[in-house]
Design a protein around this ligand. Structure first.
Ligand code: ZN
Length: 230
């Protein structure tokens, strides 16, 4: 084999410029969602091609509903974050007009309300549901492209019975086990905060992205939005 110096190589940059600090994670990696708290978001500039239709079997009545997919190509943008450290970062989420019962669990008369209904009224000031069914919901949302809203990020952790669990492999990683999840949900009130830097007792307390379920599964946090405000 020739020596490196015999290969005729130059010091010219290879490929595009990359900042390793901000380079996206490898496929299959999981980006930790922003910590729970109150954030300000900007809607994407284009909202005409973010829609998906699905069947809402638990609707009142059941039927087709729409989902705004704020995905990697059309994310919400974080404008303000509790510690100021997430400003300018994308936030991916889905927001739907699929209604669910709100209010107390034992209140059979509690109305069915969707997240989009709350945004329509509490962020955009509508007095009633948009005319025109699902199309009306999407058209109303599109009017507010590039505008901002405030919302609260909450985390929950779900041990999904439809998938095999992952457990700690004892080497700082995780391995799949042929055992389904145990269908247990954890909310913020169920989870103790941890030091953001375990080596530093003075570092801020944060919610752990991964927790260990009672069945032994290592479960990742999922972020939701609620408390939509102008
Ligand atoms: Zn479990």
């Amino acid at each position: 084999m020739p020596k490196l110096s015999d290969l005729g190589l130059t010091n010219e940059q290879v490929g595009q410029a990359l900042d390793y600090d901000t380079m996206p994670d490898q496929m299959g990696g999981f980006t930790e969602p922003p910590q729970p708290g109150v954030y300000r978001f900007r809607f994407p500039a284009r909202m005409d091609d973010i829609w998906e239709v699905f069947e809402h079997a638990n609707g009142n009545p059941p039927g087709k509903r729409i989902r705004a997919k704020f995905d990697d190509t059309h994310p919400l943008t974080i404008i303000q974050s509790p510690l100021g450290d997430k400003n300018g970062e994308p936030f991916t989420t889905n927001i739907t007009n699929a209604e669910r019962r709100r209010g107390k669990k034992d209140d059979a008369a509690a109305p069915f309300i969707s997240d989009m209904d709350y945004i329509n009224r509490d962020v955009w000031g509508l007095k009633s549901k948009p005319a025109g069914g699902n199309v009306g919901y999407a058209q109303e949302a599109q009017k507010h492209a590039s505008t901002e809203m405030t919302a609260t990020v909450t985390w929950n952790w779900y041990c999904n019975p439809k998938r095999n669990i992952y457990v700690d492999n004892g080497q700082g990683g995780y391995m799949e086990v042929q055992q389904p999840g145990c269908d247990t949900s954890y909310y913020q009130k169920d989870v103790d905060k941890v030091l953001s830097n375990p080596e530093d007792p003075k570092s801020p307390q944060i919610y752990p992205f991964r927790i260990t379920c009672k069945c032994g599964a290592v479960v990742r946090a999922f972020a939701n939005l609620e408390q939509f405000k102008p």
